[in-house]
Ligand binder design. Structure first.
Ligand code: ATP
Length: 712
């Protein structure tokens, strides 16, 4: 039999099984739909029942509707290749592996969920350790149609005569596919070293490191799906949070988990972690570095304790015919005393009121000592404490602090200097104040962590009792027992498992922000120090690494995995990119690219004056040569030019990105513009260049007017 005849016959066999699976899926879908409808009917009927019965029926209805909706959600998820694998074992068993586990009417397995133990040999079996698997088959599909098959034989000596073997490698076929706008899942071709990470125990901290394209992100996302399948109960209601470097990145990875039927994971960019605030830009490197440093913690703490702008500088109140007065310096002493007790200012208004009343009693006492009327201290405190004018003063003098207001006050250089004490150098104070004062620019990514820190520092005002404009309502009340839901801080969304991607770029302040969302969580931390944009122990950047350790606990207690194969770049592209960091990365930090294409990167010397034309031509050239996406990448301050240059080129596959915007992303082709400008951009410019070059899967074109960008 010819090879193509065998392939057609094998495809027909698999198609028959896939048809059975879809038939069963349709049956399950209509069962779930009718269960949901019955649940709704139960709800309608309940209206006419006695109250007691009604409550229990409503509960039953809610459970039914919820369960049915969940099932439908999973069944309706985008199932590119619902069944993608098959194992034929030594014991003459056949196991189909897919995105969902599905049983037939007799409860026999039609498909085994890829996360189940029974599916593990699909990823873990090798020729050296076949785990009883004779043939591993990857089934490729488009919709419900089987389009291809790739086999591996793991026990050749045990291969029965009638068992056919086709194809020459599912992984290579998957890697050669054109890239679209969104990352795809890799369930069909997860490699053994990756599977080990995905299935690592859920507790504690799991660190994944490895060079560009080694599948760190893909593995972390598949781990999220695995953990929720295996340990949903242990992870608890908190669920899973995935933090990525940018919104472009979270959009890029957004399809992976839903394609595995998992929709409960929260994906957030690091600039999007604080609800109600959105980062609109990235600060220049030196400013971002200061804003992210652990020193900012002390600066913000002092800022919160400063005198809010515009507060009254005198308190006058009449008591039994005597005018009692507190002048500005006395009021400030009271303020310092209240802050000195610690605690969040928004939770301390009662203390502030008490301290003011005590200070007023001292004034009355001094009046008495110099011949004024005698006063009963306790009576004075009680009587003045009930006066509406006193409470009006208190509201103005000890206002509720909002993180965004405190941050904007630091746009005043004098105020920032006071808060900074010796923590910031004069030039740092100037550049930071200028950045905070620029209200029109919106918040930067680094500002979000500062706002979050401020939110923790100021505290949440206590709940008010009556209408908002009644100053008396500011009386504090003990929290109701129901309000003390748990020992968790009330401000933060808490998660059961937190996955941090591109962790090498997190500043200490960002670590603190993320840490507040996972105080009781287990962690998966993904990063590559060689791709770091700002912070790197390699630069001796800081003892700031301590903040990550505060969140993650001792480094010695972490589980560490290193991925060593670069699945993204062609070998030709990666070998040029690796030259950029040669001498700046250990040999063991650079992965091996497995796919040679025979297409070398193009490096073209250009004249700076003709850059516009050259960029356009290069973009058009690669757009014509690749099927998928193309990015033109420059240093951050080049982006506006590049956008202008490329405005005449209208092709949805084309993106313009800055050196910091392309973290974690990938494109079929990259046009890299003026690499020397990356090197000049920041201390970490060389690594930014390495990141940009390693975004390309098939083609890389470098346009440069400076021949010195590449080390010999
Ligand atoms: N086992 C696999 N099968 C198929 N494709 C894979 C596999 N592992 C990784 N890939 C693909 O390789 C590419 C790189 O993966 P990913 O983005 O997860 O790498 P990374 O290590 O996070 O890269 P970087 O650090 O450069 O951002 C993606 O297109 C991913 O789908």
């Amino acid at each position: 039999m010819s090879e193509s005849v065998v392939l057609r016959a094998e495809i027909a066999t698999e198609q028959a099984h896939v048809d059975r699976v879809y038939l069963r899926l349709d049956e399950l879908r209509s069962q779930a739909e009718s269960m949901r409808d019955r649940g709704y009917e139960l709800g309608h009927g309940a209206r006419h029942e006695a109250v007691f019965e009604q409550a229990s029926m409503l509960f039953e209805r809610d459970v039914m509707v919820h369960h049915a909706n969940q099932t439908l959600h999973v069944l309706d998820a985008e199932h590119e290749g619902l069944v993608f694998g098959r194992l034929d074992t030594h014991e003459r068993e056949t196991v189909y592996v897919g995105r969902l586990g599905i049983r037939d009417g007799e409860f026999d397995n039609l498909v085994t969920d890829w996360r189940a133990d029974a599916a593990a040999p699909f990823y873990q079996a090798t020729a050296e350790q076949p785990m009883g698997v004779i043939r591993r088959r990857v089934i490729q599909s488009s919709g419900r149609s089987v389009t291809g098959i790739e086999d591996d034989v793991l026990m050749p000596h045990a291969l029965p005569e009638q068992m056919r073997v086709v194809g020459d490698g599912a992984l290579m076929a998957a890697l050669a596919r054109a890239r679209g706008e969104r990352m795809r899942d890799i369930v069909a071709t997860i490699q053994r070293e990756q599977d080990e990470v995905i299935r690592a125990p859920w507790r504690g901290v799991t660190e994944i490191t490895g060079g560009p394209g080694t599948g760190k992100t893909a593995v972390a996302l598949h781990r999220a799906a695995y953990l929720l399948y295996r340990y949903r109960k242990q992870i608890g209601g908190g669920g899973v949070l995935v933090v990525g470097p940018s919104e472009a990145f979270t959009t890029y990875i957004s399809r992976v988990l839903p394609s595995m039927g998992e929709t409960s994971v929260e994906l957030r960019a690091v600039g999007e972690l604080l609800d109600g605030f959105e980062a609109t830009h990235t600060d220049p490197a030196p400013v971002a570095t200061i804003k992210g440093a652990a020193r900012m913690r002390g600066v913000l703490r002092r800022a919160v304790r400063g005198t809010p702008p515009g507060v009254p500088s005198e308190l006058r109140i009449t008591y039994r015919g005597e005018v009692l007065r507190l002048a500005g310096d006395q009021l400030e002493r009271v303020r310092r005393r209240v802050h000195g007790r610690g605690g969040q200012p928004n939770r301390c208004r009662v203390h502030a009121a008490e301290a003011l009343l005590e200070a007023l009693a001292d004034v009355a006492q001094r009046h008495a000592e110099s011949g004024g009327p005698e006063v009963d201290r306790t009576q004075l405190v009680t009587e003045l404490g009930e006066r509406i004018e006193f409470h009006r003063f208190l509201v103005d003098w000890w206002p509720v602090l909002h993180p965004e207001d405190v941050l904007s006050w630091l746009g005043d250089e004098q105020r920032l200097r006071t808060a900074a004490r010796s923590q910031l150098a004069p030039d740092e104070i100037s550049s930071l104040a200028a950045s905070f004062a620029d209200g029109g620019a919106g918040y930067s990514v680094a500002d979000i962590a500062l706002l979050d820190e401020l939110r923790a520092l100021v505290g949440k005002p206590r709940r008010r009792r009556v209408a908002a404009d009644d100053p008396q309502q500011d009386h504090q009340r003990p929290p109701s027992p129901g309000a003390a839901r748990s020992s968790l801080p009330e401000h933060y969304d808490e998660f059961g498992h937190v996955i941090v991607d591109e962790a090498q770029d997190l500043s200490p302040m960002q670590w603190r922000m993320i840490g507040r969302r996972g105080r009781h969580a287990s962690w998966t931390v993904v990063g590559d120090p060689v791709q770091s944009s700002w912070y790197s122990a390699a630069d001796g950047a800081d003892a700031d690494a301590a903040e990550a350790d505060n969140v993650l606990g001792s480094p010695s207690a972490r589980r560490r995995f290193t991925l060593r194969t670069n699945y993204r770049n062609s070998a030709e592209i990666f070998s040029l990119a690796a030259r950029v960091v040669s001498g700046h990365a250990g040999a063991d930090q650079l992965p091996t690219a497995v796919r040679a294409t025979g297409i070398d990167p193009t490096v073209r010397s250009v004249d700076a004056a003709s850059l516009e034309y050259e960029v356009q031509q290069a973009a058009l050239d690669v757009l014509a040569r690749v099927e998928g996406t193309v990015a033109v990448i420059g240093a951050m301050n080049r982006v506006a030019d590049l956008e202008k240059f490329l405005s005449p080129v209208s092709d949805k596959r084309l993106t313009v990105a800055g050196s910091l915007d392309c973290k974690g992303l990938e494109y079929d082709a990259v046009v890299l513009v003026e690499p020397a400008e990356f090197l000049a951009e920041s201390m970490a410019g060389r690594r930014g260049l390495y990141v940009a070059m390693t975004r390309a899967t098939q083609r890389l074109t470098v346009l440069t007017s400076d021949p010195d960008w590449l080390p010999e």
